[in-house]
Design a protein around this ligand. Structure first.
Ligand code: AMP
Ligand code: MG
Length: 489
């Protein structure tokens, strides 16, 4: 391992707290070098945020690092072990195509995992090649950065390089590596792994590490593992509500794709919904609609129940008591989710105070959208800018009657209409990365033209700015074709 390490003066300040966990939680693994790496895209604002030196990034050494050809000083490359329920079935997984280089300590003192996705085989690769293709890595880059700009907790993307090698999928595709940044990569599946394959002490070590890393103010708590459970439930309830507010469909909400930090992770077959329909599914492998848009809150609850099960031995020595404690915490999820959801919907409708009928008002609008097959994002934008001639939906009797109710509702608060519209501008994005735009960018990139991608990234980076150049990106695809995304590529 030593010979790969080179001193790269790029402001990296790496620590490796994860390797202090029992050895069963990871496997030391260097990336497999690649032929001829080339930089496709670099996230300059994120470079700065992490405290990396922008100037030195121009030299080739950094590209060698993003490609896994050389390791920076302080790196301790590992593949993490985890398990998970995939479409409801429990499996041993682990980083089959990801390697964690270390944890960057930013100038502000925050800690972020720096992980390569697609750097070659690991102990957990099973039959896979450990590699990734350019299209899916750029898709993750686009969607994760869009989520960040929308104000949704997410892993982020620092860079994508092509490897100069091909990967074989259904077609032969250009190989690529994404550098992913995350608060951590600890997942519900990491706890499931501990619950299934580790000792009580090892499970406890993981829980204590997680508490220390993500939940600092828990020392006074009488049952720290219950505190952990409750905090994770809270963060996930808030996260899923935010997904629902912007019409995001994750696509593979397997338990290995749910973080403990509350960040969205693993952008495979995900997409943003155009026409409002709770049954929306994009993933080609989700034939039952398990991970459909409208099912996401339910699935989050299911995943969190799996998480709670892993904590039972830590919650109480008495098994029945532990189950009771866990069930009580889990039963709070639905109410928590609903209150986060409703609070966000109020903002989307310019409502500041609370009335019991607000939920009905929001649901009624969604129902009218569904009946009229209206575009989710553009409906809210039309309401925000009072452009009610734009869409067919607005000439229906149902909508007219809803509109009156809504206006009356706005009258029943102290804030002015101006304040309401300002709140709406800050809560309703002008642009989302629509599928046809993402595809167009990926298609051009596959041919070596990155300009379409760069323009898209620029436009989606300020969704609440409502800029003239964003208008073009609010236009719907010509044909309402059924869009399909593929994961694991
Ligand atoms: P995902 O669908 O991305 O959440 O991946 C599920 C599991 O499959 C994880 O353990 C991945 O590491 C593994 N995996 C996906 N693609 C590959 C690949 N090309 N080679 C090895 N492992 C992979
Ligand atoms: Mg995954």
């Amino acid at each position: 391992m030593e010979e790969m390490k080179v001193k790269i003066e790029i402001g990296l300040n790496l620590e490796n707290s994860y390797v202090n966990l029992p050895k069963i939680f990871y496997d030391e693994q260097n990336p497999t070098p690649v032929d001829s790496p080339k930089l496709v895209i670099l996230n300059n604002p994120l470079v700065k945020y992490l405290g990396l030196d922008v100037e030195s990034l121009k030299n080739n050494e950094i590209i060698e690092m993003f490609a896994g050809n050389s390791m920076p000083e302080g790196a301790n490359p590992i593949a993490q072990a985890y398990a998970g329920h995939q479409f409801g079935h429990f499996t041993m997984l682990g980083d089959g195509r990801a390697i964690l280089l270390g944890e960057q300590i930013t100038p502000k003192g925050e800690r972020f995992d720096i992980q390569l996705k697609g750097p070659g085989r690991t102990r957990y690769s099973r039959g896979g090649d450990g590699r990734a293709a350019l299209g899916p890595m750029l898709r993750e880059y686009i969607i994760s950065e869009a989520m960040h700009a929308l104000g949704i907790p997410t892993t982020r993307s620092l860079a994508v390089v092509t490897t100069g090698e091909s990967v074989i999928r259904e077609n032969i595709l250009p190989g690529a590596i994404l550098t992913r940044i995350a608060s951590s990569h600890i997942r519900v599946g990491t706890f499931q792994y501990a619950g299934e394959y580790c000792s009580h002490e090892e499970l406890k070590a993981l829980a204590d590490y997680t508490l220390k890393r993500h939940f600092t103010d828990n020392n006074a708590s009488e049952n720290r593992y219950l505190f952990l459970l409750k905090e994770v439930i809270k963060r996930q309830a808030s996260l899923i509500a935010k997904w629902m507010h912007v019409g995001f469909v994750h696509g593979v909400m397997n338990t290995d794709n749910m973080t403990i930090s509350g960040e969205s992770i693993d952008y495979g077959p995900c997409a943003f919904m155009d026409t409002y329909d709770p049954a929306t599914v994009f993933s080609s492998i989700d034939r039952q609609g398990r991970y459909a848009y409208g099912n996401q809150p339910y699935i989050a609850g299911w995943n969190l129940t799996r998480f709670a099960e892993t904590l039972l031995p830590l919650l109480d020595n008495n098994e029945d008591k532990a189950v009771e404690i866990a069930q009580s915490a889990i039963s709070d999820f639905t109410d928590l989710y609903r209150s986060y959801w409703l609070s966000g919907m109020r903002s989307k409708l310019g409502i500041f105070n609370e009335e019991t009928e607000d939920q009905e008002l929001a649901l009624e609008l969604l129902n009218i959208m569904k009946e009229n097959e209206a575009d989710y994002t553009n409906t809210f934008i039309a309401l925000t800018f009072d452009k009610l001639s734009d869409m067919e939906l607005f000439s229906t009797d149902e909508f007219k009657s809803w509109y009156k109710k809504w206006q009356n509702r706005l009258d029943r608060q102290q804030e002015s209409r101006d304040s309401s519209y300002e709140l709406m501008r800050n809560s309703n994005p002008a642009v989302i990365p629509r599928n046809h735009r993402v595809e167009e960018a990926l298609e051009a990139a596959n041919k070596g033209d990155y300009s379409v991608l760069e323009r898209l990234l620029d436009v989606i980076s300020k969704p609440y700015a409502h800029l003239p150049e964003q208008k073009e990106y609010a236009i719907l695809p010509k044909k309402n074709c059924t869009y399909r995304t593929f994961c694991g590529t």
